[in-house]
Design a protein around this ligand. Structure first.
Ligand code: ADP
Ligand code: MG
Length: 475
């Protein structure tokens, strides 16, 4: 295992990486960075969540020259969300070297992007359609670029961007370095690679070596019509900080999100039919913790890197092992632990066993949680909240009342009655928040992970104070 220092990176980049909290390269980074640094073409294949962004981002930033204020590299990504995330990560890698990256994507005012381009970024991260727009308007020129990256190449081809990509590549100088990253490598990717790459070195990190070791995986055999009830029970028991629920189709995602909201959970859905704006808003709320549960289709969630997701629920079993690994890759990232639960109907058990055999990871069978399990979960939340309230000083007004009650009644009986009332209230309104919260201007939340004042998260104080986010697995 090499260290970042052994990869011969510039000190300013080493400093940035250490500031980002990366201790050692991931396998794909260890394998690809030296090759990319030599200027060679490269195909990197590894599962989601294995650090592919930095695998190309580090060499890209390393090779960019600060004084040369031209676009020196472009990264092409399938979605707007990914473009933003990649640009953000590149800016972090380049924070001390002062290499500037900007995202360019559809849905954002083009004039605004043109103004951003006037800042002379060194790297552009864009979606194919919008990049084409800029090339046509000549607001972006590729004559000076030396490096091209295709990120999530499989996804881009699936989304029909092949012609756009070819067109973009035609406008780049033929003498350039090409990097292609993808989680899967179907034949049409190899064909594309043949077309525009120059004897690429192929690095394949076997999924078995990496995947999802930080994530505990379970399944529950369950009839279709009980899924929603059991989903709610699991949420009550496991009390996730941030959870993603996967549904099979867009329609399904809407239904699940709506049903969960109706039952008082703070859930919203995200899928391809939503406008870019709505998707952005939902993502922002999820990242800020205003909603705890993101309901998503595979496509909408692909490539998203959201830290702090503690629980994944496969409301519907994924179609194939790749899909399963992609979904599970949304949690347990970079050293955190996670818990993934998959609902399987009896007809789908063989399919799950197939997935299990391919990913070579045991998916443990769990019984359906009972209403009693859920009640115990709720009670834990209530007790946590009660203790948190007792810790604060603003209960003075209640103390006299408490004392007078205790003169005439037994303390255990009173306590039990109070707990019962609180538990009922929590059960009726599981996320038991928002009682007196003012409307929240979203912008103000962008930078904070914590909920604003007056906004009661159900997160218990002990979790908050030590910052650990261990999911509950104990039912
Ligand atoms: P991929 O593109 O392969 O799906 P990402 O590049 O999105 O994966 O990385 C997944 C997460 O891992 C990100 O939060 C990223 O910041 C983090 N990460 C990447 N490289 C490292 C590293 N060497 N050490 C620790 N965390 C890392
Ligand atoms: Mg990626």
């Amino acid at each position: 295992m090499k260290t970042f220092i052994e990869l011969n990176l510039e000190p300013l980049i080493l400093q940035a990486i250490s500031n980002m909290g990366f201790e050692e390269p991931t396998p794909i980074q260890e394998m690809t960075i030296p090759i990319a640094m030599m200027g060679q073409d490269l195909i990197g294949r590894a599962q989601t969540g294995t650090g592919k962004t930095a695998a190309y981002g580090i060499p890209l930033v390393d090779k960019c020259e600060l004084e040369y204020e031209q676009i020196q590299a472009i990264v092409i990504t399938p979605t707007r969300e990914l473009a933003m995330q990649v640009a953000e990560e590149l800016n972090k890698i380049g924070q001390y070297k002062k290499i500037r990256s900007i995202p360019i994507y559809g849905g954002q005012d083009i004039e605004r992007q043109i103004r951003a381009l006037k800042n002379r970024p060194h790297i552009i991260v864009g979606t194919p359609g919008r990049l084409m727009d800029h090339l046509r308007r000549r607001t972006i020129r590729l004559q000076q670029i030396r490096m091209v990256v295709l990120d999530e190449a499989d996804e881009m081809l699936n989304m029909g961007f092949k012609e756009d990509i070819e067109e973009i590549l035609k406008q780049a100088p033929p003498k350039r370095q090409n990097l292609l990253f993808s989680a899967t490598m179907p034949p049409h990717i190899m064909a594309l690679a043949q077309e525009f790459m120059n004897e690429p070195e192929i690095i394949h990190i076997d999924p078995r070596e990496v995947t999802v070791s930080n994530t505990e995986q379970q399944y529950i055999e369950i009839p279709e019509r009980q899924k929603l009830d059991v989903m709610c029970r699991l949420l009550d028991i496991q009390n996730p900080d941030l959870a993603i629920v996967f549904g099979r189709t867009k329609r399904r995602v809407d239904e699940i999100a709506e049903a969960l909201s109706k039952r008082g959970y703070s859930a919203e859905g995200i899928h391809g039919d939503l406008s870019q704006n709505m998707r952005d808003t939902v993502m922002r709320k999820f990242k800020a913790g205003i909603i705890d549960i993101l309901v998503a289709t595979d496509v909408a969630a692909r490539g998203l890197d959201i830290t702090g997701v503690t629980h994944i629920y496969n409301f519907d079993v994924p179609q194939d092992p790749e899909g399963y690994v992609h979904r599970i890759g949304r949690t347990g990232r970079a050293g955190e632990t996670g818990l993934a639960t998959t609902f399987v109907t009896s007809r789908e058990i063989n399919h799950l066993k197939f997935i299990e055999s391919i990913i070579k990871h045991k998916i443990t069978r769990k019984p359906m949680p009972t209403a009693n399990d859920a009640l115990a979960g709720l009670q834990r939340v209530v007790v946590d909240n009660l203790l948190a309230t007792a810790d604060k000083r603003d209960i003075v007004q209640y103390k006299a009342l408490a004392e007078s009650l205790l003169e005439e009644h037994d303390s255990v009986t009173l306590m039990a009655a109070a707990l019962k009332m609180l538990t009922r209230e929590t059960a009726d309104n599981p996320m038991e928040r928002l009682t007196d919260a003012p409307p929240i201007p979203l912008k103000s939340l962008e930078k904070t992970k914590e909920a604003p004042k007056g906004f009661r998260r159900k997160r218990s104080p002990s979790k908050k104070s030590n910052g650990s986010r261990k999911p509950r697995k104990d039912y």
